[in-house]
Design a protein around this ligand. Structure first.
Ligand SMILES: [Zn+2]
Length: 596
């Protein structure tokens, strides 16, 4: 770290920003620079150490809600500089137990625009004072009480909620009950909530919920809102809950039954036993009366090709599906499908037999769910789900392990080098931006890879922003054999950076774990930072399945010493070398495992 001494004092706070909403519970970090390493800093009267290049990272109790700001005081001899940074805390209106009855009308659930099955039980809730009584009157005229939670569970406002000064004390709780959607579904007789306390009462409208027909279907076709790439590069992400973690990558144009809508998401039924949520922008409703496709598998056959083998399953219409890889097996789940397959012999055929798919086992798991398990002769390495319109067939393209030279494991392979960000990304105390900091590491990595005989796909060749989808599409089109994403880490509000920092490497598919592990070990050995491990994360950039991907969070840009290291060319090279060693070890391992 270069020392800075005798420079003018100047306070820059990189985090938090002025008037930033801070959702930590009791403590938070603060980072920035005071201009010179020989100055003394205090924040809200507490001493904070300044490192030799004049930057600081502080972990401090949150300022009180009555005075939500950080007062920074920097001194050196007679020289003094001050600065204040105001922040904000999440607030909510207090609902008192006495006086005029108040409720939070914005807290009424359901919100506008919900759809549900008529018999489906929906939660109706509202925040109101604990000592009130709340009743729901639905379209059927029946009055139902809403129930408040037992007192012990509700004294705290929850994580991130500060006690906000108010002339009154908040006595609110959330009252709730579950009712059939049809009770909320008559626009001529809208449901109402009555909140009463003593002689005081308030009436609130419950937004109309559209109850889907019990005797006919609403059907929609998936479409990718992302316009990048061809159809084979597009997928529609589906989740178990509204705004939840991505799990399924569905084919565009798959036609599915719509069973609900909430807050910008549409629920689709994959089969009789499984409903999932997609972004409402990614589904087009089809005309009333559109029948749901019937999908019955015809023949299943394996078409072997040089770089991959296609498992071709005829079924008339695009299914919803999911692929899970583990070791030497690939498990394909087909939803809303009945299997009636004729499995062609796996040996023989134009390419003289296929050694990749050894065995194929199919099961009708439920009346409309099929599982096809592929037992491979080598570790599952990459795959792609396609729809073959000409043959009306679902195709699972299974990639073979590439030919690997034992002496020069990267020779002839194509490696995608992905310097993370922009857009987004974090910034260090001197203002070093993650996207700019990882770019030279990417260039050095590319150079080292080329020197080892690899072809390189750079997902970003300048400091300008490149979207995540574009990066993935380019890497798949150029047939990358591995994808290496370079990042620096930061922390959310409320996490102590002094105890939580180090090196971690992330993956998404199980098949990428061995690559992530080798990269982690190589980086760890070079950096000597705390080992934060190798773990799964729901990363968009690592979701493509055609190649293994690892995302290295090499170090923390918010830690002064680690930010300084990222400005050093020798350290950048060390970072790139670690990734090369990780890749070499991974491909050497893969060659041994694949036995070719
Ligand atoms: Zn990042």
């Amino acid at each position: 770290m270069p020392e800075v001494r005798g420079s003018p004092l100047a306070i820059t706070v990189r985090y938090p920003a002025v008037n930033q909403l801070v959702s930590a519970r009791d403590s938070n970090f603060l980072l920035g620079s005071v201009g010179s390493g020989d100055a003394t800093l205090s924040v809200n009267g507490m001493p904070v150490s300044v490192v030799p290049n004049g930057v600081f990272l502080a972990w401090l109790p949150l300022p009180p809600a009555t005075s939500p700001r950080y007062d920074l005081l920097v001194t050196r001899g007679a020289d003094t500089v001050r600065r204040s940074v105001a922040i904000r805390y999440p607030v909510r209106r207090a609902l008192p137990a006495a006086g005029v009855l108040r409720v939070d009308s914005s807290s009424v659930v359901p919100a506008r625009g919900w759809w549900a099955r008529p018999q489906e039980l929906l939660r109706v809730s509202v925040r109101a004072p604990r000592n009130a009584r709340v009743t729901l009157t639905g379209a059927d005229g029946v009055r139902r009480p809403l129930v408040a939670p037992v007192p012990a569970a509700v004294t705290d406002g929850g994580p991130g909620t500060q006690a906000v000064p108010d002339s009154v004390t908040d006595a609110s709780v959330v009252f709730a009950t579950d009712v059939a959607a049809q009770v909320l579904a008559d626009s001529a007789r809208p449901a109402r909530l009555l909140v009463a306390r003593g002689s005081d009462s308030l009436l609130l409208a419950v937004p109309y919920v559209r109850a889907l027909s019990a005797t006919s279907r609403v059907v929609g076709a998936l479409r990718s809102a992302n316009r990048v790439g061809s159809d084979t590069d597009r997928a529609i992400s589906a989740r178990t809950i509204v705004n939840g973690t991505y799990k399924w990558q569905l084919l565009p144009q798959a036609v599915l039954e719509v069973t609900g809508r909430q807050n910008g998401f549409t629920r689709v039924r994959l089969d009789e036993a499984l409903d999932v949520w997609v972004d409402s922008d990614e589904i087009t409703l089809l005309p009333d009366g559109t029948p749901l496709p019937r999908r019955v598998t015809g023949g299943i056959r394996v078409a072997p090709l040089e770089e991959y083998a296609d498992v071709v399953i005829g079924m008339g219409d695009r299914p919803a599906h999911h692929v899970e890889a583990e070791g030497r097996t690939l498990v394909l789940t087909l939803y809303g499908v009945q299997a009636n397959p004729e499995i062609s012999p796996l040996q023989g055929g134009a390419a003289g037999g296929d050694s990749l798919v050894r065995r194929m086992v199919w099961e009708q798991v439920t009346s409309d769910r099929v599982r096809v398990t592929l037992h491979l002769s080598q570790p599952a390495y990459g795959w792609l789900s396609l729809w073959d319109e000409a043959r009306r067939a679902f195709v699972l393209r299974v990639r073979r392990v590439p030919r690997i030279d034992a002496a020069q494991p990267l020779k002839g392979l194509t490696i995608a080098v992905d310097p993370g960000h922009p857009p987004a990304g974090s910034t260090g105390p001197t203002g070093l931006y993650e996207g700019d900091a990882v770019f030279p590491v990417g260039l050095k990595l590319a150079e080292l890879l080329r020197a080892r005989g690899a072809n390189v796909v750079m997902t970003r060749t300048s400091l300008a922003p490149v979207g995540l989808t574009e990066r993935a599409v380019q890497s798949r089109r150029e047939n990358a054999h591995a994808f290496m994403s370079i990042h620096l880490n930061a922390l959310p509000d409320g996490v102590n950076p002094f105890t939580t920092n180090g090196t971690s490497t992330l993956f998404y598919h199980n098949t990428s774990e061995p690559l992530a592990r080798e990269v982690q070990q190589a980086l760890q050995a070079r950096f000597g930072l705390r080992d934060l491990g190798v773990h799964y994360q729901n990363l968009a950039i690592a979701r493509p399945s055609w190649y293994p991907s690892a995302l290295a969070e090499g170090l923390f840009v918010i830690i002064p010493e680690q930010e300084a290291a990222m400005r050093d060319e020798a350290f950048q090279l060390k970072f790139a070398e670690g990734m090369v060693v990780g890749l070499e070890k991974y491909f050497a391992w893969l060659k041994r495992e694949a036995g070719r």
